[in-house]
Design a protein around this ligand. Structure first.
Ligand SMILES: *Cc1c(COP(=O)(O)O)cnc(C)c1O
Length: 400
């Protein structure tokens, strides 16, 4: 019998400037090429402990239960809600975007009585409004998206944890796009459950979702009257593999070995750079990109003071079509930028400068290629406008 065999993969070089995945750091890809170990090999178990300890540092927490779920960010969202929400529990979700809408869906599937507070997409909730809604609803669990990737909005969480604790509610937050790009302070903010992903700020391939649970969240988990509906995501089972002394770990599922090598190296890179330096780098390159985009006439979706440096959501210029520009960026220049989700589909572009992609030369490459596309689409921009504005902003920031 003869087989039809496709040729070996030839992967083109791309610059991934969408909402994720963003490019993996070359050191991470190299780490992944190491030989496999067994999932209970003492050497692998030591790697697991180091991954957990580094995750605690990046999340700024002492939470014992801090580990990567073996799946993407959405599995982290399901893990937080399926473990913390029991049928009939009141869940309050602050919803101003696509991912918060998913939180509403997931919490409902867990049997929660979901109360949704909505704002138009692109806005952020004020601390007073959040406190007022918690007082009114008296929820058991509060869900908030810290970095709403569909709109580029950063949601402030200051003071929210204390208010939740006062009302006996647990605070669960989505840090999928925020972790390792902007400050995430689980302990200081009184967060009870948080989830993230490997392929955005951590500059690793997709496949792992770091989660962290506070002691209060663990108490709620241990006091459950009903079993966690998901076997795979049940933390009382997963912790028998992840959260034990090195000799006592028991098989739950086969950990994705190479993905954990990748995360180990990705976390080492983050901590070697230092969190503060990393946040500053993201801020500086965002401001330069923003100067360039605005000079070319593009407007941000998120209001001043609530913008994510790592995810720049801007409206398309008048008369420009979404798909032809993104297609040309990809096919001619090898650059992926993101389109809009949900109600913003066709109306915005989302440009990510995450992890190792937050660099001046990436800012200039993105601006010059996008400018070419806009000029050819009939937008009146003088050539060099975008890069020029970005360069002045970079040098202004270097002086100040
Ligand atoms: C990307 C993203 C997710 C989903 O993560 P996946 O890895 O695609 O499953 C969830 N929430 C936010 C805010 C995101 O940006």
């Amino acid at each position: 019998m003869s087989h039809s065999i496709p040729p070996a993969l030839e992967i083109p070089r791309r610059l991934l400037l969408g909402p994720g995945p963003s490019d993996a750091d070359p050191r991470v890809l190299k780490a992944m090429a190491a030989p496999l170990l067994g999932h209970l090999d003492p050497k692998f178990v030591a790697i697991m402990s180091e991954v957990q300890e580094m995750l605690r540092q990046v999340f700024n927490t002492k939470n014992r239960l801090t580990l990567p779920i073996s799946a993407t960010g959405m599995a982290g969202m399901e893990t937080c809600l399926v473990n913390l929400v029991e049928p009939g529990d009141k869940v309050l979700v602050f919803n101003a975007g696509y991912f918060a809408t998913r939180m509403v869906d997931v919490a409902g599937r867990c049997g929660g009585e979901v109360h949704e507070v909505k704002l138009p997409w692109g806005q952020a909730f004020s601390p007073e409004q959040m406190r007022k809604e918690i007082d009114r609803v008296q929820p058991r669990v509060v869900g908030v998206v810290h970095a709403e990737t569909s709109t580029g909005v950063l949601q402030s969480l200051e003071g929210l944890g204390d208010h939740c604790a006062k009302h006996g509610a647990l605070l669960a937050i989505d840090t999928v796009t925020s972790l390792a790009c902007v400050p995430v302070e689980l302990d200081k903010w009184g967060v009870d459950a948080a989830f993230s992903c490997s392929q955005k700020g951590l500059a690793c391939p997709p496949g792992l979702s770091p989660v962290s649970f506070s002691e209060r969240a663990l108490e709620k988990l241990h006091a459950r009257k009903s079993k966690v509906q998901s076997w795979y995501l049940d933390l009382s089972l997963i912790t028998q593999y992840w959260n034990q002394g090195s000799g006592a770990r028991a098989y739950h599922h086969t950990a994705p070995i190479s993905a954990n090598y990748a995360l180990h190296e990705g976390l080492r890179i983050v901590l070697q750079e230092g969190l503060e330096a990393r946040f500053k780098r993201h801020r500086v390159n965002h401001l330069a990109l923003k100067a360039g985009l605005e000079a070319m006439g593009l407007r941000y979706v998120a209001p001043d003071g609530h913008r994510l440096p790592q995810l720049n959501a801007v409206y398309l210029p008048q008369g420009v079509e979404d798909l032809p520009v993104r297609k040309r960026m990809l096919e001619e220049f090898g650059i992926e930028i993101g389109g809009g989700l949900g109600e913003l589909a066709g109306k915005i572009w989302r440009i990510g400068l995450m992890g190792c992609n937050s660099r001046p030369e990436v800012v200039y490459t993105c601006l010059s290629t996008l400018e070419r596309c806009l000029i050819d689409a009939g937008v009146k921009v003088a050539p060099g406008t975008g890069v020029g504005a970005a360069e002045s902003e970079h040098s202004r920031l270097a002086k100040g």
